[in-house]
Design a binder for this molecule. Sequence first.
Ligand SMILES: C[S@@+](CC[C@H](N)C(=O)[O-])C[C@H]1O[C@@H](n2cnc3c(N)ncnc32)[C@H](O)[C@@H]1O
Length: 181
Amino acid sequence: MRYISFLAQSFKDFRTTGSFLPSQRFLINKLIEPVDMNASCVIELGAGEGCVTRGLEKKLCDKTLILSFEVNSKLMALNKSKRPKTILIEDLAQNLKYHIQKHNISHIDYVISSLPLASLGKNETRKILSIIAKNMTPEGKFIQYQYLLLNRKDLEKNFSNISIQFVPLNIPPAFVYVCKK
Ligand SMILES: C[S@@+](CC[C@H](N)C(=O)[O-])C[C@H]1O[C@@H](n2cnc3c(N)ncnc32)[C@H](O)[C@@H]1O
């Protein structure tokens, strides 16, 4: 059901969903692998129907605050998270700064992004990356996946240490960037 709903949303607006299917197990595991289970604040951008949210919730301890952004209301409605410290935010990732101030978040430990950066455009991508880099702890990590390595240069402008791993067992196969300041 989730897959069919995701597919339907993709046919309506592929530029925003950026994919025809939700991420699958190996990609989800690769995305959450660098995250410390005792982190105090994790931001998720482009949560879709919640496949990565569920992976994070399994891994993280009860005290970790998760702010999960998704712009598509139909996909957001499929995210059934009931965890007290997960806040689902139906808004653009570009408004991240407003929400971290609203929730009195002083620093971010990890950002996991599924945003389709290539469709967002250069200006919006730069705006989002700059907010993330400014609000992340020095030890924090920004984790992003992409099916093609199209935004590496934008990442290099905000992060000095970038590693890339390939995840073949996903439809479609994906690259995962793990970035540090
Ligand atoms: C490739 S899907 C990933 C969904 C899910 N996290 C996964 O891995 O399967 C990208 C998601 O980002 C959302 N999205 C796209 N642009 C966004 C934006 N500017 N702010 C918030 N969410 C956005 C889309 O609606 C879509 O659900």
